[in-house]
Design a protein around this ligand. Structure first.
Ligand SMILES: C[S@@+](CC[C@H](N)C(=O)[O-])C[C@H]1O[C@@H](n2cnc3c(N)ncnc32)[C@H](O)[C@@H]1O
Length: 228
């Protein structure tokens, strides 16, 4: 199915990440070598080959996409506590990819797949309505005004993500940057296909960047919307 959204009109999409160098430790490299063939996925920019999630996970179960999982501790913890759902994490930072593979191996998780590449390319490979939830926890804040166009949570991308959710599926964003929280709230509330999920306290382990934000005295904002 092809659907046109403002974000899809941007080819290639604006990069939402800092190019960062990072070396993999032996633990990470070993884990990636061992688990990559069965649990890994490389995302190539511009590749639009449809991704069959049931084939990827080897079963039919609700799928959660986590964008920018960092070192993957939160992804691994959530997947371990939620064996009935499958977790597809996508990240560009190589040490984080290696660390999530290591955690998957150490915890014996079978419901995690690790995608290496740009999430804004990966989502085009996911069928509309295919996801149970999307998590965007503490995306890069891009604090300078001239960089705001690089922020992941903005209207065109929100529309792109919302289309991948099933009706009733959850888009859960969190940030420790107040002006980004305000911009996120505006983008989410302004999307005609989303409605607030209610303000019950979200079940979410603390992430590494959340900890940094809290230590620096920044407030944490969680925004949860469901697809209508
Ligand atoms: C500030 S860190 C937060 C990491 C983690 N979620 C946490 O809370 O600790 C944001 C992460 O998003 C990743 N990222 C940003 N844009 C991305 C994209 N388009 N696709 C995949 N990963 C992305 C970055 O590499 C970075 O690791």
């Amino acid at each position: 199915m092809t659907e046109t959204t403002p974000a899809e009109a941007q080819t290639p999409p604006i990069r939402t990440f800092h190019p960062r160098r990072g070396r993999m430790s032996a633990r990470h490299a070993d884990a990636r070598a061992a688990l990559g063939p069965a649990f890994g996925l490389t995302v190539h920019d511009g590749d639009r080959t449809p991704l069959d999630l049931a084939v990827l996970f080897g079963r039919h179960a609700p799928v959660v996409l986590e964008i920018g999982f960092g070192m993957g501790e939160t992804t691994a913890a959530m997947a371990a506590a939620d064996p009935g759902r499958d977790y597809l994490g996508v990240e560009v930072h190589t040490p984080g990819i290696g660390n999530l593979f290591a955690l998957v191996g150490e915890l014996g998780l079978t419901n995690v797949r690790v995608a290496h590449g740009d999430a804004l390319h990966l989502v085009h490979r996911i069928a509309p309505g295919a996801l149970d939830a999307i998590h965007v926890f503490f995306p890069d804040p891009w604090p300078k005004a001239r960089h705001h166009k690089r922020r992941l949570v903005r209207p065109g991308n929100v529309a792109l993500l919302r289309e991948r959710l099933r009706p009733g599926g959850l888009l859960h964003c969190a940030t420790d940057w107040p002006d980004y929280a305000a911009a996120m709230a505006q983008a989410l509330a302004g999307d005609p296909g989303l409605r607030p999920a209610g303000d019950e306290r979200p079940a979410r382990p603390e992430t590494k960047f959340e900890r940094r934000g809290t230590l620096a005295g920044r407030p944490i904002t969680d925004l949860r919307y469901v697809r209508s």
